[in-house]
Design a protein around this ligand. Structure first.
Ligand SMILES: C[S@@+](CC[C@H](N)C(=O)[O-])C[C@H]1O[C@@H](n2cnc3c(N)ncnc32)[C@H](O)[C@@H]1O
Length: 343
């Protein structure tokens, strides 16, 4: 049999999906930018002509976009009208509790320009977005737009809900959320555990915005903010019986993480709990896909990567922690948490 007639491996559907993944994600991004799902929700569905008029576009792109959104499972048909599916209605309508559109927008506006140069990050072993070799610079004021923190909110709130169901903080009175950003974790954990209070520790310019958000949510009695720099400051604030590190360690390399874990250890009282919430890579480093791709995302934008439970456990032991265990859950921003106690 010559090479022309030799059977090929299975039809390259998976390859095609990989190749055109951007088409799907950018269809969603465009629909979100147009406010399509919010428009359809308010009208309980609309025809192509109504969508065109209502969103200020022509009928040809309206029909193409509606068809693509339906094919992606975001819209359904009710006669001549296109309607939101439950997932679009729950997560893509502006003003909803877990409105995900900010995350979609953040990726498109802030993250994807770097992804278009992922090969540069791979070749240079440095984030595609920065030119400096200085690690700390990646979060400095002015380096990231506000949409970074706003966009992370729904991802983190949905993740925090799952974390809250997977760990027991009933005996914990005060949580320090190190690099707590927009307070999504503090808010969801305090809602879930009525006896809990929390402090969000983050860079001062981030804390200003976070304090406003906490206030808007009516939680400033139970959640405070503490502006600081977890590398430059000699110590983290004390007085908390638990510390959370959510999507922090994946931003940094191993020496930086050892420094952070040592600070967490010193800030906790005896018996204090450390919670590391992340998309954990399997110990054999073959997946899972969400963690592996988040690690690529870290390559594009940070000095870190997503680590394994074995790596975290090793660092935690070296920092002095004991009773190291892992809980598993499924969420957009984490597939589990590594827990450890200060003896
Ligand atoms: C990937 S975000 C995670 C935010 C939050 N923990 C969550 O899971 O939604 C990383 C956070 O670390 C904060 N951060 C970065 N460098 C910091 C530093 N040197 N000191 C304090 N916070 C810092 C950033 O401002 C940002 O809010």
């Amino acid at each position: 049999m010559d090479s022309q007639s030799a059977p090929l491996p299975a039809a390259p559907d998976a390859l095609m999906q990989l190749t055109t993944g951007l088409w799907a994600s950018q269809t969603l991004a465009a629909a979100e930018q147009l406010g399509l799902f919010t428009f359809l929700s308010a009208r309980h569905g609309a025809t192509v002509a109504e969508v065109a008029t209502g969103t200020g576009i022509e009928e040809r792109p309206a029909e193409i976009l509606l068809t693509a959104c339906a094919a992606l499972g975001l819209l359904g048909r009710d006669g001549a009208r296109f309607v939101n599916t439950p997932v679009a209605e729950t997560y893509l309508v502006r003003g909803g509790q877990y409105y995900f559109g900010e995350y979609v927008r953040m990726l498109t506006e802030y993250v994807y320009p770097g992804w278009m140069r992922v090969i540069d990050a791979i070749r240079a072993n440095a984030p595609a977005r920065v030119t400096s070799k200085e690690q700390q610079g990646i979060f400095e004021a002015g380096t990231r737009p506000k949409i970074f923190w706003d966009g992370l909110y729904p991802l983190s709130a949905l993740t925090a809900r799952e974390l809250a169901g997977a760990i027991d903080l009933r005996g914990t009175t005060s949580l320090l959320d190190v690099g707590g950003g927009n307070a999504a974790f503090a808010v969801e954990l305090c809602r879930h555990f009525p006896g809990l209070r929390a402090t969000v520790f983050d860079l001062p310019f981030v804390c200003e915005h976070t304090a406003e958000k906490i206030d808007e949510m009516g939680l400033s009695e139970r959640i405070g903010v503490h502006g600081g720099d977890f590398f430059a400051d000699p110590e983290l604030p004390g007085g908390h019986d638990a510390i959370l590190l959510s999507m922090i360690l994946h931003d940094w390399d191993e020496p930086r993480n050892a420094e952070l874990l040592a600070k967490c250890f010193r800030a906790l009282p005896a018996g204090g709990l450390l919670v590391i919430s992340e998309l954990l890579v399997d110990d054999e480093k073959t997946g899972p896909l969400d963690a592996a791709l988040m690690s690529m995302n870290m390559l594009v934008g940070t000095w870190g990567r997503n680590y394994t439970v074995a790596e975290y456990s090793d660092w935690l032991r070296k920092a002095g922690f004991e009773q190291i265990s892992t809980v598993r859950f499924g969420a957009p921003g984490a597939n589990g948490a590594v827990l450890a106690r200060k003896p």
